[in-house]
Ligand binder design. Structure first.
Ligand code: L34
Length: 243
């Protein structure tokens, strides 16, 4: 909904990924002034439409729309973002079909790099419902020792320097510097910040961080594309579960 330029890029990338995977997709680019009732009515239609397995409302939504009401309106069986409270609860319990795409992408990067989470000190910086909280839960399910840090955390650098696996999801450009990272750590940068010059920049200061980290993800070309890959995986799962 609306004209958010970043959302337009992300949604376009999702369409391209669907095409590449052979997943049928429909995009509804609703104008900014669309009412909440109109949006809810579209979600209701898609909830009932048997040719649609997954529904995603790209965030952020405009101010006059209540995000929680929208998320709650999506059929949990079609909630490929895993943002609905039913799916959030299932993640907490550890028995789930859908994993939120960004944290799932982070876990996949860790797994594919041959890194074992079990027993590791995992520090997640950021506590959003979309990334930080589910990320902590997924690391915990893999037997990591998890610390969640946020804007009120005291002595942040002390905590991040303790991390074997550090996930940065704060949304502040270059927030995590090299001297906040332990030698040999695995550093995963979830931040995608758009600078005034139009360039993308992560939450981690890459130049100083890569000198101390054993493994580090870039921005762009790191977690972002993984988020989309995990959306494809959830959608295929939804198609199986719903049929
Ligand atoms: N409902 N809203 C909902 N679900 C989501 O999973 C998202 N997210 C986040 C924002 N809002 C959402 C995304 O799709 C972030 N996000 C996302 C998706 C794709 C990319 C980045 C964030 C991506 O493609 N990143 C590219 C660069 C793209 C560019 O040039 O701007 C990269 O290489 O990081």
């Amino acid at each position: 909904m609306g004209e958010d330029p970043a959302s337009q890029v992300y949604v376009r990338n999702k369409e391209i990924a669907c095409e590449a995977c052979g997943i049928y997709s429909e995009k509804y680019a609703l104008p900014e002034e669309t009412t909440q009732e109109e949006l809810l009515s579209l979600i209701d239609t898609l909830n009932k439409k048997s040719s649609i397995s997954g529904i995603l409302v790209q965030l952020p939504v405009p101010k006059h729309i209540d995000e929680e009401t929208i998320i709650n309106a999506i059929d949990p069986k079609k909630d490929v973002d895993a943002f609905h409270p039913i799916n959030v609860g299932k993640i907490m319990v550890g028995n789930y079909d859908f994993v939120p795409c960004t944290p799932a992408g982070v876990m996949e990067l860790i797994k594919e790099s041959g890194i074992d989470v079990s027993g590791k000190e995992c520090v997640v910086v950021g506590r959003s419902n979309i990334v930080g909280k589910p990320q902590a839960m997924l690391l915990l399910h893999q037997n990591g020792t998890v610390t969640i840090c946020h804007s009120r955390t005291k002595n942040l650098a002390e905590k991040t320097r303790n991390a074997d696996i550090l996930v940065a999801a704060v949304g502040i450009p270059n927030f995590i510097k090299g001297d906040m990272i332990k030698e040999g750590a695995v550093v995963i940068d979830v931040g995608i910040n758009r600078m005034e010059n139009g360039k993308l920049c992560g939450d981690v200061e890459f130049e100083t961080a890569e000198k101390v980290a054993d493994a580090i993800t870039p921005v762009p070309g790191g977690v972002g594309p993984m988020t989309i890959a995990m959306l494809m995986r959830n959608t295929v799962k939804a198609a199986i579960v719903n049929n």
